[in-house]
Design a binder for this molecule. Sequence first.
Ligand code: FNR
Length: 410
Amino acid sequence: MRRGMRRTAARMAGKKSVKMSMGVLRGRSHVPVTAEDYQFLAHRRLPHFLRDYIDGGAGGEDSMAANEDDFQLLCLRQRVMRDVSRVDTATELCGRSVSMPVALAPIGMAGMMARRGEVQGARAAANAGVPFTLSTVGICPVEEVNAAVPDPCWFQLYMLRDRGIVEALLQRAASAGCDTLLFTVDLAVTGMRHRDAQSGMLGGAPLAKAMQLLTRPRWLLDVGIRGKPHSFGHLSDLVADPNDLGAYKDFVDSQFDPSVTWTDIEWLRARWQGRLIIKGIMSDEDARAAAAAGADGVVVSNHGGRQLDGVSSTIRKLPEVAAAVGESLDVLLDGGIRCGTDVVKAVALGADGVLIGRPWVWAVAARGEQGLRDYLSVMQQEIAATMALMGVNRTEELNPELLEMDQGIC
Ligand code: FNR
């Protein structure tokens, strides 16, 4: 059964993880290789509410599932006898030389999944030769992350009601050396993430939450105790008790600004000298608006299915956005990228590169920096092998004619 069909069948049977039901790692080797392997191992390490925080999406999680499933609607064309002795996955992404067209997506609170998780993620990304994006709501501050790596991270920001805080964060990121800002625009309000309510992530039942912690002693010692401080690195001056994650959540929720429009992006553009990438674009109209507001790039993203449940998968929307602005802007895509063939499909369909979200956190939660290094190494090898078997030497040669499309994705 194809991955998408398996996933759909499993979801209908009660949202069990498909790959786990296939016995990933269990009864086989214990060497993690795929995103699903790291997910499986991360589940064994993390308290339930953190596991669900990473894995969950909004509403019925249809868009989250579609992000992954729709990659299965694209088939690769196999070509032979084409001298692929010079296959090279290296390219340029948003002005930076990269070993493959991949960057790590901003993930809030990654430092709760592994000890100083953002630093471990940035180090593994540097080792792999790809950019790391630090979330506004990262646990580790930008100075700590940039001190650990040779090239500065990309910085992600939301528009907050208090524009003075936004200006201060822009200044702080620039002073720390960041030259690329991913500005996330798909969070006018927070999506309805039911798993976070069910698991206790959003509060309530402190005893149940304490029990979840006690069943994960390894996490408790390694991350819960040795991984402190757990304050949101960029916001710690703004809440009364920097150790109270609930206070941060209340602060951040109160600061999300539903009144934001493209005029605010022009305001932002005037204050950020570096590269500006707008994250959360799902239509050609919005892509053109981003270009008009002065953006250098867009990320086709539905926030990993965590915001508007029912919106299309990102891979379905990529051709529309690439056709609208691909000539003038960098076009990235995220959502559902799990392996090298997914990367090749996205690039062939018009993306300059992709962001990887959940898998990097699973890898770092499961096996730390080394786990993420290994995962990214396999991904690069998979991209190279896929290109070779398609008869392609350079990522720039990938194009839609190398895909066979099913069910009208284009
Ligand atoms: C996210 N995402 C996200 N995006 C953002 O701009 N700022 C953030 O702080 C976060 N935080 C966050 C936390 C968690 C737990 C998840 C899963 C996602 C969205 C993220 O950057 C990216 O768009 C998606 O994760 C991509 O989908 P995949 O790769 O996870 O399927």
